[in-house]
Design a protein around this ligand. Structure first.
Ligand code: CU
Length: 176
């Protein structure tokens, strides 16, 4: 337990420093200092945004692929970053029928359960029928990592079907 807390603390300190650097970098978008942090920034979704992108966004998970077996949602999330607090994720998927496997959406409690597609302490946010039509919405209200996964076939869709991704919504900087 002590080891785990220590690891968490180290992680927190690391993320806090990335964030601090990011705020500094945003004040000086054109400096080489900001540029040097591009890789880190992009990985966690930090990059400079212009004024036209300030309002909250509505983002369909997977884009035109929607929420389906076999699409790489980790790649999608990295390419679609950054996400901000109060952005809305829309999950669209067919309800169970003769040709489509059922899907669902769960929030996993931590990165370990995310890596292992372990659904034991997961919270269901979308039933198998919830993605029909215009889908359902999930608003990113909390400043924390969100681990999304399909819960069908006891983690098989998450593990083999790549139906999982992580989002840590950012706080919009007052400097934009
Ligand atoms: Cu699924």
């Amino acid at each position: 337990m002590a080891v785990k807390s220590a690891q968490t603390l180290v992680l927190l300190v690391a993320f806090t420093s990335i964030l601090t650097i990011n705020v500094t970098a945003n004040k000086n978008c054109n400096t080489t200092f900001g540029g040097n942090w591009n890789h880190t920034n992009n990985f966690w979704g930090y990059r400079h945004k212009n004024a036209t992108e300030i309002s909250s966004k509505r983002i369909v998970v997977g884009g035109s692929e929607n929420w389906r077996f076999g699409f790489n949602y980790t790649d999608w999330a990295i390419k679609s970053a950054p996400f901000y607090l109060n952005d809305t994720l829309v999950f669209k998927y067919d309800p169970p029928n003769d040709t489509t496997f059922p899907h669902s959406v769960y929030l996993l409690p931590n990165s370990w359960s995310f890596q292992n597609c372990d659904l034991r302490r997961a919270i269901k946010i979308g039933e198998v029928n919830a993605g029909a039509g215009e889908g359902f919405e999930f608003v990113l209200k909390r400043w924390q990592p969100h681990f999304f996964a399909c819960g069908e076939r006891n983690g098989f869709h998450c593990k083999v079907g790549l139906m999982k991704f992580m989002v840590w919504p950012l706080i919009r900087s007052p400097y934009y």
